[in-house]
Design a protein around this ligand. Structure first.
Ligand SMILES: [Zn+2]
Length: 298
């Protein structure tokens, strides 16, 4: 698995490589601190940071959903942050963590599944399969997902209801998006990590080619959303998700057109006008376009 990952890194480029490396980074020795923000009465977010600089990278946004039955955490950040994560949960509730949902397999979203005692771990069936390949879970199989689903799964009811949806491959082959219907909140995980090219992790079944359709499925499939929790950015709205779908449609079309015309990835990047997408960066556009080129070759 390590060797497969190393090969993937060679194929990926520039900042994208740093991102992948950050998922695997050993825990930093710097003092650890996390911020927690209140989204709704019973929903908090322990916020993320950018993967760079690496010293302060804790992993993705974590949702803390306080239900009658206990706390449901969505994602668990990078290994080594479990104690700080637990302290942040305790700062807003006395209830124990009873359920963990992993939006996908990466170590910056699954790194502290073992920090809360006995819990029920829930994920998409493809994410469970991806997690079973991770060295981090060797000998810790009890913290792999014990409950999985294929298309949709509902946990709890009424104000405590959580709906898990699978809309297709994108960042990985097992990206879960979560709706808290009573709170009108959507948790996107790394399918929408930031306003830039996504990491399409082909080693874990991700697909840049499928990305626009999968995002369109999300937009068509969820309703009544006021707030969106992205993977690694401050809170957003459905308008931002729609903008991301348009950005990815444009990015994939530009890469496909360039590849079809025998052009290079660099030429594809140069022809893609990021100014058409206000607020967007192009630090990771090249990496995403490279994946489109690679997917078209197979
Ligand atoms: Zn990820």
């Amino acid at each position: 698995m390590k060797r497969v990952f190393a090969l993937g890194i060679v194929v990926l480029s520039g900042l994208l490589t740093m991102t992948v490396a950050a998922f695997q980074a050993p825990a930093s020795t710097a003092p650890k601190s996390l911020d927690i923000v209140k989204l709704r009465d019973h929903l908090y977010v322990i916020t993320s940071s950018s993967p760079t600089p690496r010293e302060s990278f804790s992993g993705g946004n974590v949702a803390v959903f306080i239900t009658d039955a206990g706390v449901t955490l969505v994602d668990t950040k990078l290994a080594g942050w479990g104690q700080v994560l637990l302290e942040k949960v305790k700062s807003v509730t006395n209830k124990p963590v009873t359920t963990i949902i992993n939006t996908h397999t990466h170590g910056d979203h699954t790194g502290n599944n073992d920090a809360f005692g006995k819990v029920e771990v829930v994920a998409h069936e493809n994410t469970k399969a991806n997690m079973m390949k991770m060295d981090a879970f060797k000998g810790k199989e009890q913290f792999l997902p014990g409950k999985t689903y294929k298309d949709k799964l509902t946990l709890g009811k009424g104000k405590d209801q959580i709906d898990l949806y699978y809309f297709g491959a994108a960042h990985t082959s097992g990206d879960t998006v979560i709706v808290y219907p009573a709170l009108r909140v959507l948790h996107m995980g790394d399918m929408f990590a930031w306003k830039d090219g996504p990491l399409c992790d082909r080693n874990n079944g991700g697909s840049c080619l499928a990305y626009p359709k999968t995002l369109a499925n999300v937009i068509a499939g969820v309703k009544n959303i006021d707030t969106v929790i992205p993977g690694h950015s401050p809170m957003m709205t459905m308008t931002d998700v729609q903008g991301y779908q348009q950005f990815m449609t444009g990015l994939v079309a530009a890469a496909q057109a360039a590849a079809g015309a025998g052009k290079t990835v660099d030429e594809a990047v140069a022809a893609f006008d990021i100014a058409n997408y206000p607020g967007y960066k192009n630090e990771r556009v090249k990496g995403a376009m490279q994946v489109v080129f690679d997917e078209m070759k197979k």
